[in-house]
Every structure is written in C-alpha cells, then in structure tokens.
Design a protein around this ligand. Structure first.
Ligand code: ZN
Ligand code: ZN
Length: 350
C-alpha cells in the first residue's frame, strides 16, 4: 500500500510499504478514506521529535473497518469509523476515568517509538490496536464519505480545542482569549463559545485565519504582529486581563504571553504540544494566584458530544480544509509548514 513515510528533516515521501495485517486478536485494519496533517506532525517534520527513517506518520483519520481480529466485539467489516489519535483499551483505570490518553496500554498513531511504535494513518490502510477501546462509530447521518471532512477532526483537532475550553473551566460571562490561529486555536475559539462567555478573543499572526476565527465565534480578533493584545484585552476587562486563556500554540513565547494576559486568579489552559522546557516565574505565579492547566486531549471521551454538534450543523469544520491526494503528502507538509493561505489544515485522500 501507499503511505506517507518519514525520511528525516523536512522530508516526507509517499512510499510503497507492506500492507498492515492483524497482529493481535484485538486489532482492526481500517481502510482510510480521509486523513490529515496535524500541526504536531510539523514537529516531526522539523526533527523536534526524531522518528526513524521509514516510520509511517499521521494520527487523524476516518475510514472503514476492513478486517477485525477474533476478539474485536464492537466493530465489523464495513463499519464507518473515526479514530482518536490515541489508542486506548477502554478498560484500565485511566480509560474508565475518561483519561484515555493515559491508557496503560495505549500510544499514539504515527509517532514512531517515541509514543508506542504504532504506524501512522496517512496511508491507504492502518492497523488499529485495541480497536474496541479506540475506534468510534460514525453515526448513520454522517457516515456518507461526503461528510468525511466534517467528521475527521473530531479525532484530534476539534477535541483538542474542546479540551482547552474544558480545562479552562470557562464560567458564564467570562472573557476568554485564545492564542493561536491554527486549526486547534480556531476550534478552541468555537468550543469556548459553548460555555457562554461574554467575549472571545482570538489572537494570531495571520489575517486570513483570523477572518475564519470570526466564523467560529470570535468576537474580537487580534493580529499580534500589528497590535498589542494586552492593551485590547485590558480595555475590555477594566484593566484586569482575561478570565481564561486557551493557549493553542505550544511555544515558550505563547505560554509566556498567556501568563501575562490572564487576570489574577484566572486560568491558563494550554493544549499546544511543548517540545522544550518552560522557564516559569513562580513568584509571579504565586502572588497572582494563577491556575495553569492543560495537556493532551482525551479525545475519545469527547467524540459523541462533538459528533452531535457536527451532526446538528452547529460547527462546520470545512472552513479550514485544503484537499490533496495522498500522493501529494510532501506538498501538503510544505504548504502547512509555510502557513500558506488557505492551507490551515491539509486533508489527504488515499
Ligand atoms: Zn495532532
Ligand atoms: Zn486503557
């Protein structure tokens, strides 16, 4: 089969690789109808998380169950499914608590040996370990392939945005500021609106993306290359700062800005993947009673809620889609890496 494969620094190629097969009775093989490139994949692309040459990449897909192992009970050949980026058993202490990304037997797709050694899904087929605990059935009303781009991001980017809002513990009337205008920041903007804030700011670097943030419910957008977010947020909060910040970039600069923009006693919820240590001024943290929360989204637990939102057409994820055939994965990585206008989220069709 064809699959996007890591060949080192900024070098992803579509190669012919062996077809996946059932290795354990709890496995399923899925035929991928759509998969996507995530901002996190760009970390691999830039060598911040070094994979081996030949590792298949990708961790967000939708498709059909093609084959199941003898112990898979909830799925059969032909079922339309989406997959969270994280494999989970559904049975262990953490899975039962809904923290599927801490599953004792889990791991991520497409992250090489760093996160469990599971091949990625930017491919024609993918092996899904622990299929019963991992996969999510797509409801009949969304199961047609024409809906794939609406459903696909529930496995990762929409769930991550939602996690940011949940972890932010937004209360009705709060002022929320989202840092980041990539897919996660835009979906976090939408998800923040579900908690009845009085105002949502979206802060980013790209006017084209900030325009889309408005479609997802941002009341005020700020291009921080042109304007000072601190002044604008203070002007709306009697000088206090935002009640909740959702940090969706994952860089030191962005988290530091978040801590500056939040009010005393407020919450910074971070959902961008960090790849470097973060220096923290604990005195400031202490004196201002800040709450710093965040982490990797247990997306499987959010899937049914998010499916119902997409089903009801309250959220249209397709505003950010840029479609390419799987064969052009290398081009897709380049476009996303260059923040090319219109290519916020590259979706690949095998
Ligand atoms: Zn991702
Ligand atoms: Zn588990």
């Amino acid at each position: 089969m064809k699959a996007a494969v890591n060949h080192g620094l900024m070098d992803v190629r579509v190669d012919n690789v062996p077809d996946p097969r059932i290795e354990k009775p709890t496995d399923a093989i899925c035929r991928v109808t759509k998969c996507s490139i995530c901002g996190t994949d760009l970390h691999i692309y830039h060598g911040r998380f070094p994979l081996k040459e030949g590792d298949c990449v990708g961790h967000e897909f939708i498709g059909y169950v093609e084959e199941v192992g003898s112990e898979v009970k909830s799925f059969k050949k032909g079922d339309k499914v989406l997959s969270p980026f994280w494999i989970s058993c559904g049975q262990c202490y953490f899975c039962k608590k809904g923290l599927t990304t801490s599953c004792l037997y889990g791991g991520c797709f497409g992250f090489g040996d760093i996160l469990g050694g599971n091949p990625g899904c930017q491919a024609e087929y993918v092996r899904v370990p622990l299929a019963d605990g991992t996969l999510v059935k797509v409801p009949e009303s969304l199961a047609d392939d024409s809906n794939d781009e609406r459903v696909l991001f529930i496995g990762d980017n929409i769930a991550t945005g939602y996690h940011g809002a949940v972890k932010g513990e937004i209360r009705p009337g709060d002022v929320v500021a989202v840092l980041g205008d990539g897919a996660v920041g835009l979906f976090a903007t939408y998800c923040a609106t579900l908690f009845n804030p009085s105002k949502v700011f979206t802060i980013g670097h790209h006017d084209d993306r900030l325009k889309i943030a408005k479609k997802y419910g941002a009341d005020i957008t700020i291009n921080s290359l042109k304007e000072d977010p601190s002044e604008k947020i203070k002007a709306e909060t009697d000088g206090r700062g935002a009640d909740v910040i959702i940090e969706g970039v994952g860089t030191t600069d962005s988290l530091q800005s978040s801590i500056q923009l939040v009010r005393a006693g407020g919450t910074v919820s971070f959902i961008g993947l960090f790849y470097e240590p973060f220096p923290m001024n604990m005195t400031d943290f202490f004196l201002r009673n800040l709450n710093l929360r965040g982490g990797v989204a247990p997306s499987r637990g959010y899937a049914s809620k998010l499916l119902s939102i997409v089903e009801a057409k309250k959220l249209d994820p397709t505003h950010i889609v840029y479609s390419l055939p799987l064969d052009q994965a290398a081009e897709g990585y380049k476009l996303m890496d260059q923040r090319k206008e219109g290519a916020i989220k590259v979706v690949l069709s095998p």
